[in-house]
Design a protein around this ligand. Structure first.
Ligand code: GLN
Length: 305
């Protein structure tokens, strides 16, 4: 062959477009971003614009092979976050390890709601919150640590107790906390919330100012319809909420009623059907020892409650 003609198939630009087309043909979600993230990872770059700037650069045989391997994983529906082993969430670079739940765009809303609910500035200077004016947050089901670490990063007084039933998740939360420089403000505990609303382990803190959770809330009937990326690779314990999706939400509400200090809040991401169901359930339980009152429903990016 003519020197240069064959190898021109190996430029970054050619490899990007070859795999983007393949992903499209195979119905892979987000074909363009998938291949761009993979090639960026292989080439050791940081931003997509670096790829564009160097699009004429020839990839080495090793880089081509690695790109191939990783793109084949994407063809097999592995989420790109697991393929490249990291993901950025609110400016924090998080290590990602399967099957630990990958933070979703919607999870940002959860963080926003919590940040808005915490005391700030002046209010914080003379508030009565906790000792030494620390805000004690409990996160139930911390996964990779995205929510807790965002709260620590974005609110100077937040201290987190992060609980997860998965040892892999606990290790990942801890590792990500250390990498982000927040290890001193987080206490990671391997514990499980049972359906009767108790933890199998002490949490080292009597009361919390706020409890946050993105619990498993998918209704059993919706589990089958989850995309293969989720079904094949993510820990279903992070998603499966049982028949009505409330399997762990009810215990969360019960434990919140015990662990929250006066005027504390529980903030959860739930299924669109849940706000009404939860309101109803709380009012039915009023006769018992629940001390909670339903406060507000927020909407996600597609205006679902
Ligand atoms: N709808 C969410 C998802 O699949 C469910 C997450 C959850 O159960 N916490 O992304």
């Amino acid at each position: 062959g003519v020197p240069g003609v064959e190898s021109s198939n190996n430029t970054i630009a050619a490899v990007l477009s070859k795999w983007e087309k393949k992903f499209e043909d195979e119905g892979i979600a987000e074909p363009k971003d998938s291949v761009r993230n993979i090639v960026l990872h292989v080439m050791g770059g940081k931003t997509f614009s670096e790829l564009d700037q160097h699009s004429g650069v020839e990839m080495t045989p090793e880089e081509l092979l690695e790109t191939d391997r990783l793109c084949e994983c994407r063809l097999a529906r592995m989420p790109v976050q697991y393929i490249i082993g990291e993901w950025e969430f609110r400016g924090i670079n998080l290590k990602m390890v399967p099957p630990v739940f990958i933070p979703r765009p919607e999870t940002e809303i959860l963080v926003d709601v919590v940040i808005a609910a915490l005391p700030h500035g002046k209010e914080c200077d003379n508030c009565s919150i906790a000792e030494g004016c620390h805000v004690h947050v409990l996160e139930v089901g911390s996964g990779c640590g995205a929510v807790s670490l965002s709260l620590i990063k974005e609110h100077p007084k937040v201290y987190c107790t992060a609980v997860d039933q998965s040892t892999t998740a606990c290790r990942l939360t801890q590792e990500n906390a250390i990498a982000a420089g927040f290890a001193r403000r987080i206490n990671v505990i391997h514990a499980k919330l049972s359906e009767d609303g108790t933890f199998n382990k002490a949490l080292g803190q009597d009361k919390f100012d706020l409890i946050v959770s993105n619990p498993p809330y998918v209704l059993s009937k919706d589990m089958l319809a989850l995309q293969p990326e989720i079904k094949l690779y993510e820990d279903l314990r992070a998603l499966d909420g049982g028949v009505d999706g409330l399997r762990l939400i009810r215990p969360l509400i019960k434990i919140a009623s015990k662990l929250l200090r006066h005027k504390g809040r529980l903030v959860m991401e739930v299924d669109p059907s849940h706000p009404e169901a939860i309101k109803k359930w709380i009012s039915e339980e009023e006769q018992s020892d629940l001390r909670l009152k339903y406060e507000a429903t927020h909407q996600d990016y597609s205006h679902k409650p």
